[in-house]
Design a protein around this ligand. Structure first.
Ligand code: S3P
Length: 440
């Protein structure tokens, strides 16, 4: 398979129904929690992407049985801290920050030294954001290069609950500490800036002792060590982050309509819908229902004209964190100057996404004003791309690839986009779904 995607035509008008693959955050959390449960858990619609396979491989190395069936995945847990493995174990989180950071929380009591490694992109990312709080529990971490993978974990047998202030709005940091609390005696108290709350909802569903008090900016979370986690089955809903690419594809296409079925619309993830609607996009939610604390819905999107710029409220940043790149495209086609502020966290992702997003818009002929933590985008409702565009994505960032593809299909021009296989990280069926939409 060629690793390069060439696009020279916009997508044709469409009226379709699609389903995107399972939510990545929930897939990884299910695997890790099922590995701590006692007995056989099953997941349906588990995302089969590189990040999720890396999670399955990691728990297998830790002595957990995993069986992949045609329609479901089975994990047979050995209970809390029930991992069994030999000396000198190496776990490879590959491209996944979520896996690398969350699994560390489960390893703070490990009796043997474990090495955690990742791919080139993950090895550039900051791990001290989780190892600092995890050290407070009593575990020790050793880095060769400051705060970067590979790292070595030295677990401790006496793990006590901690008090932790999570101030970045990072669900990975919050969840890593929550997972560590499963091994800690006493209470772990977390004051966390708002971020996606899948771990909290799963803890509640699993009857892990958790108390949550919500204030405007922070959630105060108290967790006590459970005696046991019961094995559990779970139907993973569609990923809103994957859906976002198709929302924007439809909004920016002519005379088109798309229904995306069974998407997780947990309010801690729906910043993208709020922002796009504020910009004038035609999006409506159909058949909203509840599943184990998560909200699921079908999403109907229609082509939208007269899009307007947005001064994006900072309060929406954490619930939009993985969708900004594709929202930047809508800003590029909206009337006026859009402003996204306090978004430096975007540069901490699989690649420096704030910088990449701005650069791609510039290649398209759209003016941006970029700072270390913000970007202003000068929208052009009648944007015409005149020069050929080549996207060489040196860190193989899946969301940069998908954003570029949507830009090419909606804004025209001649595009050569490298690193096609980066989609395997989060959304292997991305290009297949595009093909079915483009096939009238
Ligand atoms: C995730 C949290 C977010 C997000 C990532 C998945 C999670 O990262 O960008 O794709 O599943 O907890 P941060 O915690 O770094 O914001």
């Amino acid at each position: 398979m060629s690793k390069v995607l060439f696009i020279k035509n916009k997508i044709k008008e469409f009226n379709k129904q699609i389903q995107v693959s399972g939510d990545k955050s929930l897939s990884i959390r299910w695997i890790l929690l099922a590995s701590q449960a006692t007995g056989k858990s099953r997941a349906y619609n588990l995302l089969m992407s590189e990040d999720v396979l890396a999670a399955l491989d990691s728990i297998k190395k830790l002595g957990i049985k995993v069986k992949l069936h045609k329609k479901h995945c089975e994990v047979i847990g050995n209970g809390i801290n029930g991992y069994k493995y030999k000396k000198n174990l190496t776990i490879n989180a590959r491209n996944s920050g979520t896996l690398g950071r969350l699994i560390l929380g489960l390893l703070i009591k490990s009796p043997q030294v474990i090495k955690l490694i990742g791919d080139k992109s993950l090895s550039k990312r900051d791990f001290s954001r989780v190892t600092s709080p995890l050290e407070k529990f009593g575990a020790k971490f050793h880095y060769k290069i400051k705060n970067r993978l590979p790292l070595t974990i030295f677990g401790s047998q006496s793990i006590e609950g901690i008090k932790y202030l999570e101030n970045k709005g990072s669900a990975q940091c919050k969840s890593s500490v929550m997972f560590a609390a499963l091994n800690a005696s006493g209470t772990t108290s977390i004051k966390a800036k708002k971020s996606r709350n899948h771990s909290e909802l799963l803890f509640k569903y699993l009857k892990i002792p958790i108390k949550i008090k919500k204030t405007k900016k922070y959630d105060l979370i108290d967790i006590k060590q459970p005696k046991k986690i019961k094995a559990f089955n779970y139907q993973i809903p569609g990923d809103i982050s994957s859906s976002a690419f198709f929302m924007v594809l439809t909004i920016l296409s002519n005379n088109s309509k798309l229904l995306i079925k069974n998407v997780n619309i947990n309010p801690s993830r729906t910043g993208v819908i709020t922002i796009l609607k504020k910009m004038g996009a035609k999006i409506s939610l159909k058949n909203i229902r509840n599943y184990r604390g998560e909200k699921i819905s079908n999403i109907l999107i229609k082509s939208s004209q007269n899009l307007k710029a947005i001064n994006c409220p900072q309060a929406l940043n954490s619930s939009t964190i993985d969708e900004f790149l594709v929202i930047f495209l809508v800003a590029a086609r909206a009337k006026g100057i859009s402003y996204f502020k306090d978004v430096s966290e975007l540069n901490q992702k699989e690649s420096p996404r704030l910088n990449w997003g701005s650069k791609i818009l510039n290649m398209m002929g759209v003016k941006t004003e970029l700072t270390k933590d913000s970007v202003k985008i000068h929208g052009q409702p009648n944007l015409k791309i005149t020069k050929p565009i080549i996207i060489k994505n040196y860190l193989k960032d899946h969301r940069v690839f998908m954003m570029s593809t949507i830009a090419a299909l909606t804004c025209g021009g001649q595009w050569k986009i490298y690193d096609k296989d980066s989609i395997n990280t989060s959304f292997p069926s991305f290009l297949k779904i595009i093909k079915t939409i483009n096939n009238n």
